[in-house]
Design a protein around this ligand. Structure first.
Ligand SMILES: [Zn+2]
Length: 559
């Protein structure tokens, strides 16, 4: 039987799909995302195969989603259990920085004309690319409706094959630019399809745009970086600004922790010569509500930490150590300055009473529970429900919610000496890499090399392989190890885990499959000059992705 699809005119198909897909403004976390679903269901419903097999495609609702979004999916069911998954996200980021060009953001042809009028304002590289005619501009053109259009055009061609050996599933996912609610729901869908049709998932391909290290070499990724958002809550000891040595201001302590962790190589995993981009603080404020002459009682912030092989437990341990060192250095500095102040004012110098104390959110909860038992539990549950209600209504974000809960627990704490409390805020993206997926076949292991060789022969272009896509992607939810340990950690120290946010961790571990990102070259994602490289979009990426699907589905004997 013939496993080869007809690639004739696929460039024209991709162009038409992409322009129609981009025209739908599916800005993440807005009702516009439903527009992408409608577009996809319409596209799929018009393919003869799916018109005949109405149960092989559809929308899969995300539970409790305030925007009632769904995952769009489609399956070309061939023979046997071997299955390849194609996935992409259907949401895009906003267009704030398009200024007067906002209304052209979703029409690549018009946008190109408009950009030419203001090309003097663009960065030199963007200007050069604009005039070269080699790039297609538009919101989502690169990130990632370009990759999505390639997948949709390939899926249609696979649906026209007779007697396909294996199965091909496509997932189009909402909310990737926010909390990946789409991919987290799609894990359940994949488990259901696996059960219903007896599928075996051999490989998943995402088609996020790649960024090149050098102009000449493409890049494919065999995994995706993890992302953990940790919160640091510092409870100080309040005093009047005229009596500063009687208090401990949480602001300098939090600042010290920020200074020691921001861009710190100590939080940047290194695996086989690849390093995670070091961490950065996304949120930082004291918790004082109005001005008065007291120092703030508490302050909090959130640090985003990207990981290659650290799990939440390891990150927490690291953060705990740095926080304790920061605490000690702040106390030392206060003592030094107090000694000078005492000298200047004829006071008898003495040591200040502060001791470093760094605890986890779970330890804080235990302390409150020990002191107040059932009364605390009842009150905490009530507060958690109220916070969740506000999150649903869009009145509270996940970071502020976590701090409000911490504030609430402190109402039940009798030891009010200063301390640092550490925990996590959603979302959590596990790091994933084929390096960590056990029992891969030779075919699965050598796929990246085979794609690169094929590309070199066919296009005269090499592809470099990296183990981790650093742009953060939905691939994070396709493999995990130690799901039980990670669940336990998140349940303990992520206050919103299990209510506003959860991850089907055990299911992910059960499904664990190798994955790869093969996407077109793109530049300036999330910016006005977002663009995708046409030779990749129309010619090379579809050929390479198709080659990858063929290699995996035809190689099944050795899997
Ligand atoms: Zn993306």
């Amino acid at each position: 039987m013939d496993q080869t699809i007809d690639m004739k005119d696929i460039d024209k198909d991709i162009d038409a799909i992409l322009k129609a897909y981009v025209a739908v403004n599916s800005e993440t976390c807005t009702p516009g995302e439903k527009g992408a679903e409608a577009f996809l269901l319409d596209y799929l419903g018009n393919i003869p195969y799916f018109a005949q097999h109405g149960d092989h495609f559809g929308s899969y609702g995300i539970q409790d989603d305030p925007l009632e979004r769904s995952v769009c999916w489609a399956m070309v069911k061939g023979e046997g259990e071997e299955t390849v998954i194609l996935l992409h996200h259907s949401d895009v980021v906003g267009v704030e920085d398009f200024k007067t060009l906002k209304r052209h953001a979703f029409c690549p042809d018009q946008l190109e004309e408009e950009l030419k009028k203001i090309s003097a304002e663009l960065q030199p590289e963007a200007r050069e690319d604009l005039h070269s005619g080699d790039y297609l501009f538009g919101r989502g053109a690169a990130d990632m409706k370009g990759g999505g259009a390639i997948q949709l055009a390939l899926l249609k061609r696979y649906s026209e094959l007779h007697g396909l050996k294996g199965n091909l599933i496509l997932l189009a996912l909402p909310d990737e630019e926010n909390l990946s609610a789409g991919m987290r729901a799609a894990v359940d869908l994949l488990a259901e399809l696996k059960e219903k049709y007896g599928l075996r998932y051999l490989y998943a391909f995402n088609s996020e745009p790649h960024q090149r290290k050098s102009r000449d070499n493409g890049l494919i990724s065999e995994g995706s970086v993890g992302k953990i958002l940790a919160f640091v809550y510092v409870r100080g000891f309040l005093s009047h600004v005229g009596k500063v040595f009687e208090g401990l201001n949480p602001v300098p302590l939090l600042s010290e922790i920020v200074g020691r962790t921001e861009l710190s190589p100590g939080f940047s995993d290194n695996v086989r010569g690849e390093s995670a981009p070091p961490p950065t603080w996304l949120y930082l404020r004291d918790r004082k509500e109005t001005y008065d002459v007291s120092m703030p009682l508490s302050a909090g912030g959130c640090i985003s930490i990207l990981t290659l092989d650290s799990n939440p437990m390891a990150v927490l341990k690291n953060l705990k150590e740095v926080s304790a060192e920061s605490f000690q250095s702040i106390i030392d500095r206060m003592n030094e300055r107090y000694a000078v102040f005492c000298g200047n004012t004829g006071r008898k110098p003495s040591k200040l009473p502060w001791r470093p104390s760094v605890i986890t959110y779970a330890e804080l909860l235990q302390e409150a529970r020990r002191a107040h038992g059932e009364a605390f539990d009842v009150s905490y549950r009530k507060k958690l429900d109220a916070v969740n209600e506000s999150i649903k209504k869009g009145e509270l974000d996940l970071m502020e919610s976590s701090f409000l809960l911490t504030d609430h627990v402190f109402n039940f704490i009798s030891d009010l000496s200063p301390r640092v409390v550490l925990g996590f805020v959603p979302p959590y993206y596990p790091n994933v890499s084929n390096l960590l997926v056990p029992n891969l076949s030779e075919g699965q292991k050598s796929l990246a090399a085979m794609i690169s060789d094929y590309s070199a022969k066919r296009f005269g272009q090499k592809y470099e392989r990296e183990y981790y896509y650093t742009g953060i992607s939905d691939l994070s939810y396709l493999a995990i190890t130690d799901s039980a340990g990670i669940r336990e950690e998140l349940e303990k120290d992520m206050p919103l885990y299990g209510s506003a946010y959860s991850i089907p961790l055990e299911m992910i571990e059960m499904l664990s499959m190798p994955s790869m990102n093969i996407g077109p070259w793109g530049k300036d994602f999330h910016k006005l000059t977002e663009r995708v490289y046409k030779p990749d979009l129309y010619v090379r990426t579809p050929v390479l992705l198709n080659r990858a699907i063929q290699l995996i589905l035809s190689n099944t004997a050795s899997v």
